[in-house]
Design a protein around this ligand. Structure first.
Ligand code: CA
Ligand code: CA
Length: 299
C-alpha cells in the first residue's frame, strides 16, 4: 500500500474531521478505514502520487477554514463585548438618572414640609430669604451670584430658625451636597449647624441641581430680566434665562405649565442646560419635545 500524505485526525468531533478521516482512508485504500473508524491513527508523512495535488488543497482548505472560524469567533466575541458594554453603560446611566430623580423627590418632600409650616416656598435667592422671609436683620447676598437658587433652597431647608425645624436630614445632605463654586457666607443667619458654606445638592453626575421659585419669577420683572448663573460638575458656568424657562415648561400640546410654584431640574449626563428637555431630569412631568432652535445671532 502506498503511504498517503493526507493527515489523519485525532478525533471526529467535527464534520470536517470526518471528511478528513474519510479522505485519509480512501487515499490509503483501506475499506475498514473508509468506515471512519480511524480517529486514533497516525499517518506517515510520505507523499502519495495519486492524491498529492489534493493534499495541498485539503491542507489549505482546512487551514483556511480554521482561520475563518477564528475570525467568526472573534467577530462574535466583539459583538458580545459591545452588547455587554452598552447594557452596562445603559444600566449605569439609568441608575444615575433614577438616583437624580430620587434626590429631586426628597427635595420635593422637604419643600412640601416647608410650605406646610410657612405657607410659601423658599425664595430663589439669599437676598430675598434674609431681607423678607426670614427677617434676619442682616441682608445676605451670594458672594459669587452662582448656583444661588439651589444654595438658597438648601439653606432654607436646613434652617433651624424656620418653623418645624430643618426639612432635610444630615444623612441626605452629606450624601448629596456639593460646593462646586466653592462659596461661603460670613454669617450663620439661618441657625444652621456649620452652615457658612453655600452647599448645592448634586445630581447623579455631580452637577448641582437648579431650583427656581416660579411664583417669584412670574411676578418679578427684575428677576426675569437677570440671567441666573449655574455651574456644572466641571465648573463651567451657564446662564439660565428665566423667560425661556417659563416658556419651555409649558406643554406644547396642552399649553399648560408642567410646573406650578417651583421647579428643580438636573443638567443631565451632558451637564448642559436644556430647560428640562433632552437628557435633563425634572421635578415636573417631562415634556418630550426638543428645544426650539435658537435664531442665528446677527453679525
Ligand atoms: Ca456653592
Ligand atoms: Ca442636559
Amino acid at each position: 500500500m502506498t503511504a498517503c500524505s493526507i493527515e489523519p485526525v485525532a478525533t471526529r468531533r467535527h464534520p470536517r474531521d470526518m471528511r478528513q478521516a474519510k479522505r485519509y482512508a480512501e487515499c490509503n485504500g483501506d475499506p475498514e478505514l473508509t468506515n471512519n473508524r480511524c480517529e486514533d491513527w497516525i499517518a506517515p508523512r510520505t507523499s502519495c502520487p495519486a492524491c498529492a495535488g489534493m493534499t495541498f488543497r485539503n491542507r489549505m482548505a482546512s487551514r483556511a477554514f480554521t482561520l475563518i472560524e477564528l475570525m467568526v469567533v472573534i467577530g462574535i466575541l466583539s459583538i458580545l463585548v459591545g452588547v455587554l458594554a452598552i447594557a452596562v453603560f445603559d444600566v449605569f446611566g439609568k441608575s444615575k438618572e433614577a438616583e437624580t430623580d430620587l434626590t429631586i423627590k426628597t427635595l420635593d418632600s422637604g419643600l412640601k414640609r416647608f410650605n406646610d409650616h410657612m405657607k410659601f416656598f423658599p425664595p430663589g435667592n439669599l437676598y430675598k430669604l434674609t431681607s423678607g422671609y426670614m427677617a434676619t436683620g442682616t441682608v445676605i447676598m451670594d458672594p459669587n451670584s452662582t448656583n444661588t437658587g439651589i444654595e438658597t433652597l438648601v439653606m432654607a431647608l436646613r434652617s433651624q430658625s424656620i418653623e418645624g425645624g430643618r426639612k432635610i436630614d444630615n444623612e441626605f445632605l452629606q450624601t448629596y451636597q456639593s460646593n462646586v463654586d466653592n462659596d461661603a457666607i460670613q454669617e450663620n443667619f439661618a441657625n444652621v449647624e456649620g452652615a457658612l458654606k453655600l452647599f448645592e445638592i448634586r445630581d447623579g453626575w455631580g452637577h448641582p441641581l437648579i431650583y427656581v421659585n416660579l411664583d417669584e419669577a412670574r411676578n418679578d420683572p427684575l428677576m426675569l430680566a437677570t440671567p441666573m448663573a449655574v455651574t456644572n460638575a466641571e465648573g463651567a458656568i451657564q446662564q439660565i434665562d428665566l423667560n425661556k424657562l417659563l416658556e419651555y415648561i409649558v406643554d406644547p400640546e396642552t399649553k399648560i405649565s408642567a410646573a406650578r410654584s417651583w421647579c428643580i431640574w438636573s443638567l443631565g449626563e451632558d451637564g448642559i442646560n436644556q430647560y428640562g428637555r433632552g437628557d435633563d431630569v425634572t421635578s415636573w412631568p417631562k415634556i418630550d419635545a426638543d428645544l426650539p432652535e435658537e435664531p442665528a445671532e446677527e453679525e
